[in-house]
Design a protein. Sequence first.
Length: 187
Amino acid sequence: MNFEVDDIKILGAIEGGAKTIKAIMETSKVDKKQLELILVIFEESGLIKSVEGKGIWGDRKFFFSPTDAGSKKVNEYIAELNEKWKRIIQFVTDGERDQLDEYMKQNKYLANMMLYFNIINLPAISRLNLRFLIEGKHLCYKCKKELGKYSNKFTVPDCRKRGLKVPKGLTTHDDLCADCFDGLAVR
Ligand SMILES: [Zn+2]
């Protein structure tokens, strides 16, 4: 099957230990309808297995796990991301900014996926002066969800104003989505 961004995010979430629809949704941020469709295709393609069990209310619940083929697919993708990251670092080291820009244009979701699979993290990107890689994408600092033009964004001053604990590493250039902001502990 031809893998799209959502597909690899979902398979990555399952490989990372998300077992239920709810957990996979929380990690991947893919909506439920789309997720269910993809899970069916994955199971038919032999990438995941599902076991039917019972939820706490005795309701039907499915538990998902990756097959060897599914794990292999995710690990290959992560290896590919690592290679691409090395390539980016090489462009930076060589001062080939134009080539880097072109490379990032050709690999549209690269920075997003590198964050999702923890190949890179925001503090590392900041240290390397590579924030431009993800700028314009407006990702939530915490969950990496893409922040739309009209979605609520919360910053360090907002955390302070409400007396909330500022997430480690959050700078004044970063934004949080409403869900992550609501989930912050009180100082
Ligand atoms: Zn968030």
